[in-house]
Design a protein around this ligand. Structure first.
Ligand code: NAP
Ligand code: MG
Length: 496
């Protein structure tokens, strides 16, 4: 088998042809306005492609196509088995095009190729497969009722689903929306982030090849505008969003100002990772604490960005943590050996650097703090660790970059209080050998996912994923995700 080296990926990148048009009603199209924007690689600031900058006319065309397809029942009206076959073909095509899709994702978002080939693209294909396999196995209910009635409780597709997604896991986060939404029979209009539109655009062609009918799956690249227009659109029945809490709040308002479309939000986080003195394995905990914040350059909604360490083990644990953090060396994401790629763009780089500046003033820098590899033209940051206190800016706000805040505590109650003293509630972790403490703390942590003696485990689709509080509502992944894309209907039939 050919060894996939840096040279292999560079050669492939040099000859890659990149599609930048929107995909509407079964075909690639330029934006109606003719406008485009430059899609820039964070690896070296090279322009990868001109991408359609969609506006109101494109949004209307995509929503109208999605509605026509839905009303004609070309997808929703199929036997679920038939939808399953098409979606399984689509998943297979994503796997056949693994290298191309992973390369696009790496070039566009700066993620290491070792991750896009093993996590992002296979994960998206698996998500489509998983929901496809589920859809012909679940049915409705016959509810208890008066003897002269038959009462059916069924789930029906909601109609036109708009999915607005972020740039940190571009195709994976998109698949968590379009997988269940399409499996349930809806039409989908997908709006990728302006920072990372390329894989979404490419998989639309594969959807078409797999047999998804025209209008059922549309992709609208563009700046914030198409997202806002979709959220305000009166003919969009559901808006599924992953992104920042600020934009999530606006989207709820847009729904209120328009047609009360269903709004599902997967938002930000500032997740606590608590290490108790009886942690069963400090080396493993240190490695996991580093990967919790430095994997994917810290561009993780579930990032363990607050490390809460008990006073008694602080010195020994921080020494191990800094050692583990040094394994993350920013480098060319096209090199399979690279563990840490580029920050997605210059705006995000500067945002993270401004937090590091704030940290230098209010906290003690233990590691990193600088931009590196600047001569490449790309946007690279060192893994950065601050020893700080719970009320500092860097410990309270979501940075969405490779910056860890270490906070010291003395008692379990104090740790739980600090952990929960945030507007977010996406994820949390605790490390302890004491079973009672593990369960008790897990129960008290206000978060959608709690890990005990691990972090970020459970990559398969069986666990609902989402947040408490301002980390959002509804859940991606698992059979529960299908509920978001259906309406419940009661049908009562009088027999006599
Ligand atoms: P973002 O700025 O909120 O953008 C998310 C998406 O919304 C993008 O497609 C964006 O388009 C679009 N958008 C921007 N303004 C909009 C508006 N007024 N109305 C409608 N749509 C609008 O978030 P991001 O910077 O891409 O992603 C980082 C955030 O996502 C972090 O807060 C992170 O925690 C969160 N996140 C959460 C999860 C989760 O599952 N909970 C997963 C991943 C990321 P443009 O980019 O083209 O402007
Ligand atoms: Mg990009």
């Amino acid at each position: 088998m050919e060894k996939k080296t840096l040279a292999y990926w560079q050669d492939k990148a040099a000859t890659l042809s990149i599609e930048g048009r929107a995909f509407i009603d079964g075909a690639y199209r330029d934006a109606y306005s003719g406008r485009t924007f430059d899609c820039v690689s964070p690896i070296d600031a090279r322009v990868l492609a001109s991408v359609a900058d969609c506006g109101a006319a494109d949004v209307d065309a995509a929503v109208a196509a999605a509605r026509r397809a839905f009303d004609a029942q070309v997808w929703a009206g199929l036997n679920p088995r038939a939808r399953k076959s098409v979606l399984l073909r689509w998943a297979a095509l994503m796997r056949e095009h693994l290298d191309e899709l992973a390369l696009l994702e790496t070039l566009d978002a700066g993620k290491p190729i070792g991750d896009t080939t093993t996590v992002d693209v296979p994960g998206a294909a698996y998500c489509v497969q998983w929901f496809a396999e589920a859809i012909d196995k679940i049915g409705g209910e016959v509810a208890p009722a008066d003897h002269h009635l038959v009462g059916l409780v069924t789930r029906e597709p909601i109609g036109v689903v708009a999915a607005v997604v972020p740039w940190n896991f571009p195709i994976l986060m998109a698949s968590w929306k379009f997988g269940p939404a399409l499996a349930a029979g809806n039409s989908v209009v997908l709006k990728p982030s302006e920072k990372s539109p390329l894989t979404a655009i490419r998989v639309a062609q594969l959807a078409h090849e797999a047999g998804i009918p025209a209008g059922v799956f549309n992709v609208l690249p563009g700046g914030g505008e198409p997202g806002k227009l979709l959220a305000l659109h009166r003919d969009v029945d559901c808006l599924a969003f992953t992104g920042s809490t600020g934009v999530g709040k606006q989207i709820m308002q847009y729904a209120g100002q328009s047609n009360l479309k269903r709004v599902w939000l997967e938002l930000g986080g500032k997740s606590p990772n608590i290490v108790l003195p009886d942690c069963p394995d400090l080396d493993r905990a240190a490695n996991a604490a580093a990967s919790a914040i430095f994997y994917n350059m810290g561009e993780m909604c579930t990032a363990g960005s607050r490390l809460l360490v008990h006073r008694d083990i602080k010195d020994v644990f921080l020494a191990k943590l800094v050692e583990a953090a040094r394994q993350y060396v920013p480098g060319n994401p096209l090199d399979p050996k690279t563990s840490m790629g580029a920050i997605v763009d210059k705006i995000q780089l500067e945002r993270v650097l401004s937090y590091i500046e704030a940290g230098r003033k209010e906290a003690k820098l233990l590691l990193g703090g600088d931009r590196v590899n600047e001569s490449s033209g790309g946007f690279y940051l060192q893994p950065t660790v601050f020893d700080t206190h719970h009320d500092s800016k860097i410990a309270r706000e979501e940075i969405f970059g490779p910056v860890l805040s270490v906070i010291t505590f003395s008692t379990i109650d104090e740790a739980v209080r600090i952990a929960n003293d945030t507007d977010y509630g996406l994820a949390a972790a605790v490390w302890t050998a004491n079973l009672t403490h593990a369960h008790d703390i897990a129960r008290r942590l206000r978060a959608g996912t709690v890990w005990v003696n691990c972090y970020d485990e459970g990559g398969d689709m069986n666990f609902p994923f989402g947040g408490f509080k301002e980390s959002g509502n509804g859940r991606d992944k698992s059979l529960h995700a299908l509920e978001k894309y259906t309406e419940l209907k009661s049908t009562l039939v009088r027999l006599r």
